[in-house]
Write a protein that binds this ligand. Sequence first.
Ligand SMILES: Nc1nc2c(ncn2[C@@H]2O[C@H](COP(=O)(O)OP(=O)(O)OP(=O)(O)O)[C@@H](O)[C@H]2O)c(=O)[nH]1
Ligand SMILES: [Mg+2]
Length: 287
Amino acid sequence: MFGQVVVGPPGSGKSTYCAAVVEFLRGLGRNVCVVNLDPANERCAYEPDLDIRDLVQLDAVASEHALGPNGALIYCMEVLEKNVDWLIDHLVELSRTHDACRYFLLDLPGQAELFTHHHALKHVLDELVYQPKLRMRLCTVNLVDVHYCLDSSRFVSVLLHSWCTMLHLEQPHVNLVTKMDLADQFEGMNIRTEAFSADSEYVLDTDHLVEQLDQGHKAGRFASLNAALLEAVDDYAQVWFYTLNLSDRDCMLHAQMKIDQAMGYVFREQDALRAAAQAQARAQTNE
Ligand SMILES: Nc1nc2c(ncn2[C@@H]2O[C@H](COP(=O)(O)OP(=O)(O)OP(=O)(O)O)[C@@H](O)[C@H]2O)c(=O)[nH]1
Ligand SMILES: [Mg+2]
Protein backbone atom coordinates (compact mmCIF):
# COMPACT_ATOMS: atom_id res chain seq x y z
CA MET A 1 0.00 0.00 0.00
CA PHE A 2 1.00 3.59 -0.62
CA GLY A 3 0.19 6.82 1.17
CA GLN A 4 0.70 10.53 0.76
CA VAL A 5 1.04 12.14 4.19
CA VAL A 6 -0.16 15.68 3.53
CA VAL A 7 1.38 18.08 6.06
CA GLY A 8 2.15 21.80 6.25
CA PRO A 9 1.41 24.95 8.23
CA PRO A 10 -2.19 26.00 8.97
CA GLY A 11 -4.02 27.15 5.87
CA SER A 12 -1.32 26.01 3.44
CA GLY A 13 -3.98 24.16 1.44
CA LYS A 14 -3.77 20.55 2.72
CA SER A 15 -7.49 19.76 2.63
CA THR A 16 -7.99 21.56 -0.68
CA TYR A 17 -5.03 19.58 -2.07
CA CYS A 18 -6.56 16.27 -0.91
CA ALA A 19 -9.92 17.17 -2.50
CA ALA A 20 -8.25 18.12 -5.80
CA VAL A 21 -5.78 15.22 -5.91
CA VAL A 22 -8.34 12.52 -5.13
CA GLU A 23 -10.44 13.74 -8.07
CA PHE A 24 -7.38 14.10 -10.29
CA LEU A 25 -6.00 10.62 -9.58
CA ARG A 26 -9.40 8.96 -9.85
CA GLY A 27 -9.75 10.71 -13.21
CA LEU A 28 -6.52 8.99 -14.24
CA GLY A 29 -8.02 5.64 -13.25
CA ARG A 30 -6.19 5.22 -9.97
CA ASN A 31 -8.16 3.78 -7.07
CA VAL A 32 -7.60 6.26 -4.24
CA CYS A 33 -9.09 6.68 -0.76
CA VAL A 34 -8.83 9.82 1.31
CA VAL A 35 -8.47 9.75 5.09
CA ASN A 36 -9.19 12.76 7.28
CA LEU A 37 -6.73 12.76 10.20
CA ASP A 38 -7.60 16.29 11.33
CA PRO A 39 -9.93 16.04 14.34
CA ALA A 40 -10.90 19.70 13.82
CA ASN A 41 -12.02 19.13 10.23
CA GLU A 42 -15.79 19.32 10.66
CA ARG A 43 -16.59 20.11 7.06
CA CYS A 44 -14.10 18.40 4.78
CA ALA A 45 -13.56 19.69 1.25
CA TYR A 46 -13.94 16.03 0.17
CA GLU A 47 -15.97 12.98 1.20
CA PRO A 48 -13.58 11.12 3.56
CA ASP A 49 -13.43 7.36 3.24
CA LEU A 50 -12.19 7.27 6.83
CA ASP A 51 -12.48 10.04 9.42
CA ILE A 52 -10.52 10.45 12.67
CA ARG A 53 -13.59 12.25 14.02
CA ASP A 54 -15.20 8.82 14.36
CA LEU A 55 -12.47 8.11 16.92
CA VAL A 56 -11.88 11.48 18.58
CA GLN A 57 -13.21 15.01 18.12
CA LEU A 58 -11.36 18.21 18.94
CA ASP A 59 -14.31 20.12 20.43
CA ALA A 60 -15.26 17.23 22.73
CA VAL A 61 -11.65 16.86 23.97
CA ALA A 62 -11.32 20.64 24.51
CA SER A 63 -14.44 20.87 26.66
CA GLU A 64 -13.91 17.60 28.55
CA HIS A 65 -10.31 18.40 29.52
CA ALA A 66 -10.54 22.21 29.54
CA LEU A 67 -7.83 22.49 26.89
CA GLY A 68 -7.18 25.25 24.36
CA PRO A 69 -7.17 24.42 20.63
CA ASN A 70 -3.44 23.58 20.43
CA GLY A 71 -3.39 21.39 23.54
CA ALA A 72 -6.58 19.64 22.46
CA LEU A 73 -5.13 18.87 19.05
CA ILE A 74 -1.98 17.36 20.54
CA TYR A 75 -4.19 15.32 22.90
CA CYS A 76 -6.23 14.04 19.92
CA MET A 77 -3.06 12.97 18.08
CA GLU A 78 -1.92 11.12 21.20
CA VAL A 79 -5.31 9.37 21.27
CA LEU A 80 -4.68 8.34 17.66
CA GLU A 81 -1.20 7.11 18.62
CA LYS A 82 -2.66 4.96 21.41
CA ASN A 83 -5.39 3.66 19.08
CA VAL A 84 -3.24 3.18 16.02
CA ASP A 85 -4.80 -0.28 15.57
CA TRP A 86 -8.09 1.51 14.87
CA LEU A 87 -6.41 3.26 11.93
CA ILE A 88 -4.58 0.17 10.72
CA ASP A 89 -7.69 -2.04 10.84
CA HIS A 90 -9.77 0.52 8.96
CA LEU A 91 -7.11 0.93 6.28
CA VAL A 92 -6.96 -2.85 5.83
CA GLU A 93 -10.76 -2.94 5.69
CA LEU A 94 -10.85 -0.13 3.10
CA SER A 95 -8.32 -1.96 0.98
CA ARG A 96 -10.68 -4.98 1.00
CA THR A 97 -13.98 -3.22 0.47
CA HIS A 98 -12.95 -0.33 -1.74
CA ASP A 99 -12.17 -2.34 -4.86
CA ALA A 100 -8.72 -3.37 -3.52
CA CYS A 101 -7.64 0.22 -2.91
CA ARG A 102 -3.94 0.45 -2.18
CA TYR A 103 -3.36 4.21 -2.46
CA PHE A 104 -4.31 6.61 0.34
CA LEU A 105 -4.20 10.36 0.92
CA LEU A 106 -3.85 11.28 4.60
CA ASP A 107 -4.98 14.84 5.43
CA LEU A 108 -3.23 16.08 8.61
CA PRO A 109 -3.93 19.05 10.88
CA GLY A 110 -1.68 22.11 10.45
CA GLN A 111 0.06 22.17 13.80
CA ALA A 112 3.81 22.64 13.32
CA GLU A 113 5.09 20.67 16.33
CA LEU A 114 3.36 17.52 15.09
CA PHE A 115 5.74 17.49 12.12
CA THR A 116 8.90 18.93 13.63
CA HIS A 117 9.36 17.40 17.09
CA HIS A 118 6.27 15.84 18.75
CA HIS A 119 6.33 12.03 18.89
CA ALA A 120 2.67 11.08 18.17
CA LEU A 121 2.48 11.48 14.40
CA LYS A 122 5.97 10.04 13.93
CA HIS A 123 4.96 6.89 15.83
CA VAL A 124 1.69 6.54 13.92
CA LEU A 125 3.54 6.78 10.58
CA ASP A 126 6.17 4.28 11.74
CA GLU A 127 3.36 1.83 12.58
CA LEU A 128 1.86 2.22 9.10
CA VAL A 129 5.25 1.53 7.55
CA TYR A 130 6.38 -1.38 9.73
CA GLN A 131 3.08 -3.08 10.66
CA PRO A 132 3.12 -6.38 8.72
CA LYS A 133 -0.62 -6.03 7.92
CA LEU A 134 0.09 -2.85 5.96
CA ARG A 135 3.76 -2.29 5.16
CA MET A 136 2.78 1.07 3.66
CA ARG A 137 5.17 3.08 1.57
CA LEU A 138 4.69 6.67 2.53
CA CYS A 139 5.73 10.02 1.14
CA THR A 140 5.45 13.18 3.21
CA VAL A 141 3.94 15.88 1.01
CA ASN A 142 4.81 19.13 2.74
CA LEU A 143 2.73 22.06 1.48
CA VAL A 144 3.99 25.63 1.75
CA ASP A 145 1.84 28.65 0.89
CA VAL A 146 3.53 30.70 -1.86
CA HIS A 147 2.85 33.75 0.25
CA TYR A 148 5.63 32.62 2.63
CA CYS A 149 8.10 32.32 -0.22
CA LEU A 150 7.85 35.88 -1.39
CA ASP A 151 10.37 37.50 0.90
CA SER A 152 13.76 36.13 1.78
CA SER A 153 13.60 36.05 5.57
CA ARG A 154 10.25 34.23 5.64
CA PHE A 155 11.51 31.87 2.98
CA VAL A 156 14.51 30.95 5.13
CA SER A 157 12.16 29.95 7.95
CA VAL A 158 10.15 27.91 5.39
CA LEU A 159 13.38 26.17 4.36
CA LEU A 160 14.31 25.29 7.91
CA HIS A 161 10.80 24.21 8.85
CA SER A 162 10.57 21.95 5.78
CA TRP A 163 13.97 20.47 6.54
CA CYS A 164 13.05 19.79 10.20
CA THR A 165 9.84 18.06 9.05
CA MET A 166 11.80 15.83 6.70
CA LEU A 167 14.36 14.91 9.36
CA HIS A 168 11.75 14.31 12.06
CA LEU A 169 9.27 12.19 10.09
CA GLU A 170 12.04 10.25 8.28
CA GLN A 171 9.96 9.40 5.21
CA PRO A 172 10.55 10.12 1.55
CA HIS A 173 9.66 13.78 1.26
CA VAL A 174 8.40 16.23 -1.37
CA ASN A 175 7.90 19.97 -0.76
CA LEU A 176 5.24 21.71 -2.83
CA VAL A 177 4.69 25.47 -3.02
CA THR A 178 0.90 25.84 -3.17
CA LYS A 179 -1.50 28.51 -4.43
CA MET A 180 0.69 29.32 -7.41
CA ASP A 181 -2.45 30.65 -9.12
CA LEU A 182 -2.07 33.63 -6.73
CA ALA A 183 1.68 34.19 -7.21
CA ASP A 184 1.25 36.87 -9.88
CA GLN A 185 -0.83 39.01 -7.56
CA PHE A 186 2.05 39.70 -5.21
CA GLU A 187 4.18 42.75 -5.84
CA GLY A 188 7.89 42.86 -5.05
CA MET A 189 8.54 39.15 -5.27
CA ASN A 190 12.10 38.78 -3.98
CA ILE A 191 12.61 35.10 -4.64
CA ARG A 192 13.05 34.44 -8.31
CA THR A 193 10.03 32.55 -9.61
CA GLU A 194 12.12 30.50 -12.01
CA ALA A 195 13.60 28.90 -8.91
CA PHE A 196 10.27 27.08 -8.63
CA SER A 197 9.89 26.21 -12.27
CA ALA A 198 8.00 22.96 -12.78
CA ASP A 199 9.93 21.92 -15.85
CA SER A 200 13.44 22.27 -14.49
CA GLU A 201 14.86 20.32 -11.59
CA TYR A 202 14.89 22.96 -8.94
CA VAL A 203 18.23 24.03 -7.53
CA LEU A 204 17.96 26.45 -4.66
CA ASP A 205 19.79 29.70 -5.35
CA THR A 206 21.20 30.34 -1.88
CA ASP A 207 23.64 33.03 -3.10
CA HIS A 208 20.67 35.04 -4.29
CA LEU A 209 18.94 34.52 -0.93
CA VAL A 210 22.00 35.65 1.04
CA GLU A 211 22.20 38.77 -1.16
CA GLN A 212 18.54 39.52 -0.48
CA LEU A 213 18.91 38.94 3.24
CA ASP A 214 21.97 41.16 3.42
CA GLN A 215 19.89 44.05 2.06
CA GLY A 216 17.30 43.76 4.88
CA HIS A 217 17.19 46.20 7.80
CA LYS A 218 18.61 43.67 10.28
CA ALA A 219 21.22 42.50 7.80
CA GLY A 220 24.35 43.51 9.72
CA ARG A 221 23.29 41.77 12.90
CA PHE A 222 22.24 38.51 11.29
CA ALA A 223 24.50 38.41 8.23
CA SER A 224 26.79 35.66 9.48
CA LEU A 225 23.86 33.62 10.89
CA ASN A 226 22.03 33.88 7.52
CA ALA A 227 25.15 32.86 5.65
CA ALA A 228 25.78 29.88 7.98
CA LEU A 229 22.16 28.65 7.75
CA LEU A 230 22.10 28.84 3.99
CA GLU A 231 25.52 27.23 3.72
CA ALA A 232 24.14 24.26 5.68
CA VAL A 233 21.12 24.10 3.33
CA ASP A 234 23.48 24.23 0.35
CA ASP A 235 26.00 21.71 1.68
CA TYR A 236 23.44 19.00 2.40
CA ALA A 237 21.28 19.72 -0.68
CA GLN A 238 18.25 18.06 0.84
CA VAL A 239 15.64 20.80 0.55
CA TRP A 240 14.02 21.79 -2.69
CA PHE A 241 10.55 22.68 -3.87
CA TYR A 242 8.19 22.06 -6.75
CA THR A 243 5.31 24.34 -7.58
CA LEU A 244 1.67 23.38 -7.45
CA ASN A 245 -1.14 25.07 -9.30
CA LEU A 246 -4.25 22.96 -8.76
CA SER A 247 -5.89 24.27 -11.92
CA ASP A 248 -2.92 23.39 -14.14
CA ARG A 249 -3.08 19.75 -15.26
CA ASP A 250 0.59 19.54 -16.31
CA CYS A 251 1.70 20.97 -12.99
CA MET A 252 -0.50 18.45 -11.13
CA LEU A 253 0.93 15.60 -13.21
CA HIS A 254 4.49 16.77 -12.52
CA ALA A 255 3.90 16.94 -8.76
CA GLN A 256 2.21 13.52 -8.64
CA MET A 257 5.04 12.02 -10.68
CA LYS A 258 7.61 13.34 -8.21
CA ILE A 259 5.61 11.93 -5.28
CA ASP A 260 5.18 8.55 -7.01
CA GLN A 261 8.92 8.43 -7.68
CA ALA A 262 9.70 9.26 -4.06
CA MET A 263 7.60 6.39 -2.69
CA GLY A 264 8.21 3.94 -5.50
CA TYR A 265 4.63 3.75 -6.79
CA VAL A 266 4.19 2.14 -10.18
CA PHE A 267 0.98 2.50 -12.16
CA ARG A 268 0.17 -1.17 -12.56
CA GLU A 269 -1.94 -3.20 -14.93
CA GLN A 270 -5.08 -3.08 -12.77
CA ASP A 271 -4.97 0.74 -12.75
CA ALA A 272 -4.40 0.83 -16.49
CA LEU A 273 -7.44 -1.41 -17.06
CA ARG A 274 -9.59 0.82 -14.83
CA ALA A 275 -8.39 3.92 -16.72
CA ALA A 276 -9.23 2.27 -20.05
CA ALA A 277 -12.72 1.30 -18.82
CA GLN A 278 -13.32 4.88 -17.62
CA ALA A 279 -12.18 6.32 -20.95
CA GLN A 280 -14.50 3.91 -22.80
CA ALA A 281 -17.46 4.84 -20.56
CA ARG A 282 -16.76 8.55 -21.15
CA ALA A 283 -16.59 8.00 -24.91
CA GLN A 284 -19.93 6.13 -24.87
CA THR A 285 -21.60 8.93 -22.86
CA ASN A 286 -20.34 11.50 -25.39
CA GLU A 287 -21.64 9.53 -28.39
N1 LIG B 1 -6.26 30.50 -4.57
C1 LIG B 1 -6.06 29.35 -3.93
N2 LIG B 1 -6.57 29.18 -2.70
C2 LIG B 1 -6.36 28.00 -2.08
C3 LIG B 1 -5.63 26.94 -2.70
N3 LIG B 1 -5.57 25.91 -1.85
C4 LIG B 1 -6.24 26.32 -0.73
N4 LIG B 1 -6.72 27.56 -0.87
C5 LIG B 1 -7.48 28.34 0.11
O1 LIG B 1 -6.70 28.45 1.30
C6 LIG B 1 -7.53 28.33 2.45
C7 LIG B 1 -7.03 27.20 3.33
O2 LIG B 1 -7.18 26.00 2.60
P1 LIG B 1 -7.30 24.59 3.35
O3 LIG B 1 -7.30 23.55 2.28
O4 LIG B 1 -8.41 24.58 4.31
O5 LIG B 1 -5.92 24.59 4.12
P2 LIG B 1 -5.42 23.54 5.22
O6 LIG B 1 -3.95 23.47 5.09
O7 LIG B 1 -6.19 22.28 5.09
O8 LIG B 1 -5.83 24.30 6.56
P3 LIG B 1 -5.79 23.67 8.06
O9 LIG B 1 -6.36 22.29 7.97
O10 LIG B 1 -6.66 24.62 8.82
O11 LIG B 1 -4.37 23.71 8.50
C8 LIG B 1 -8.95 28.11 1.95
O12 LIG B 1 -9.62 29.36 1.94
C9 LIG B 1 -8.74 27.60 0.53
O13 LIG B 1 -9.81 27.94 -0.32
C10 LIG B 1 -5.11 27.15 -4.03
O14 LIG B 1 -4.46 26.29 -4.64
N5 LIG B 1 -5.36 28.38 -4.59
MG1 LIG C 1 -7.27 21.13 6.53
